[in-house]
Design a protein around this ligand. Structure first.
Ligand code: TLP
Length: 341
């Protein structure tokens, strides 16, 4: 793309020629009235892939998470979430606004919470304390650097949740990245949760959209919340057609993004003053500690055609995706070297 290496996010991918063709050919209906066949097909496919009864197509990952929380929690209920999770850090206070839920936040080790700390944080509904209803997980974990929750931990989270009667929602914006990196079927991850939100518009290359998957009665309620939030879309099959390709054609290639992120991270880790925790580079995100202010580095890199986003005062994030090749990574590394020198 004009020589620019856009590492801001995997959300920036452009639709493939195959996607444009699928959009042009998609049979359409009115999805709010429930008769768009392409949306139906995508929802059935997403439910099948994640091993859930049903799914609903929504405009964004944020709306998907917020609908899930609103369906799981009543006003004044509590949810538990990792302190830098997308739900808490990047959804502009959504749980308080939409569900009226309060949040118990927990630290983590590279995005992975301790199940015993979760157990200690659960409160019961009494005259004084809010009842904890929901455990929110994020896999892969964005701010921790695309880290994966080990399968054994997923099993332990389910056990804790069952012990206290909690539901479990997974922000699986990048759950297919986790599945590909672990070389497992995504159901090995989603089997431990009640509901999962999957983004089609990140590494999976669709221009717009997420799917929220879960039990049939939950998805019925989710449709109601989607309408309430203004997320009902009409001839949405035009977008769902791309999502179908995301789930059928673009999952396996995520491995390339992971290899490119690794290459980028290893190259940066060698530069003086740059800090990269290589342990966290498990998928397609690289968090980089800088030898100076993030805003200044962002501008210097931008002037050289490398785009990134700051994630802290002295930290930037680099994300690999289908529109970044191995040679782009090498070119980006050369620019970093030149600026660092
Ligand atoms: N994350 C975006 C930004 O909001 C930070 C990005 O560029 O990474 N869950 C997770 C784990 C996410 O990373 C994101 C998007 C979402 C949910 C929300 O998805 P959208 O952007 O579709 O609302």
């Amino acid at each position: 793309m004009n020589g620019i290496i856009d590492l801001r996010s995997d959300t920036v991918t452009r639709p493939t020629p195959e996607m444009y063709e699928a959009m042009a050919r998609a049979p359409l209906g009115d999805d709010v009235l429930g008769d768009d066949p392409t949306v139906r097909e995508l929802e059935e496919l997403a439910a099948h892939k994640t091993g859930k009864d049903a799914a609903v197509f929504v405009p964004s990952g944020t709306m998907s998470n917020q609908i899930a929380i609103a369906c799981h929690c009543q006003r004044g209920d509590a949810l538990i979430a990792e302190q830098e999770s997308h739900i808490l850090f990047y959804e502009v206070g959504g749980p308080a606004i939409h569900a009226g839920a309060i949040t118990w936040t927990l630290p983590s080790d590279r995005g992975v919470m301790d199940p015993e700390e979760i157990a200690r944080r659960v409160t019961s509904a009494t005259i004084h304390t809010p009842g904890t209803r929901l455990l929110c997980l994020e896999n892969t974990h964005n701010r921790a650097g695309g880290t994966i929750i080990p399968l054994e931990r997923m099993r332990e989270y389910r056990a804790v949740a069952d012990r206290f009667g909690l539901k479990v929602h997974l922000d699986g914006a990048r759950v297919f990245n986790a599945a590909v990196a672990l070389s497992v079927d995504v159901r090995e991850i989603t089997r431990w949760v009640d509901t999962v939100s999957v983004c089609l518009s990140k590494g999976l290359r669709a221009p717009v959209g997420s799917v929220l998957c879960g039990p049939a009665d939950f998805i019925d309620r989710a449709r109601l919340w989607r309408k309430r939030m203004g997320g009902g879309m009409r001839q949405a099959g035009i977008l769902a057609a791309c999502g179908i390709l995301s789930l059928t054609r673009y999952v396996d290639r995520l491995a390339e993004d992971h290899a490119n992120a690794r290459r980028l991270a290893e190259g940066l880790a060698e530069l003086p003053g740059f800090e990269v925790d290589l342990e966290t580079v498990q998928t397609n995100i690289v968090q980089v500690g800088l030898p100076g202010e993030a805003a200044i580095w962002q501008a210097r890199l931008h002037a050289e055609g490398v785009w990134c986003l700051p994630t802290g005062p002295r930290r930037i994030r680099l994300v690999t995706h289908a529109d970044v090749t191995k040679s782009d990574v090498d070119r980006a590394l050369a620019i970093f070297r030149q600026l660092a020198g």
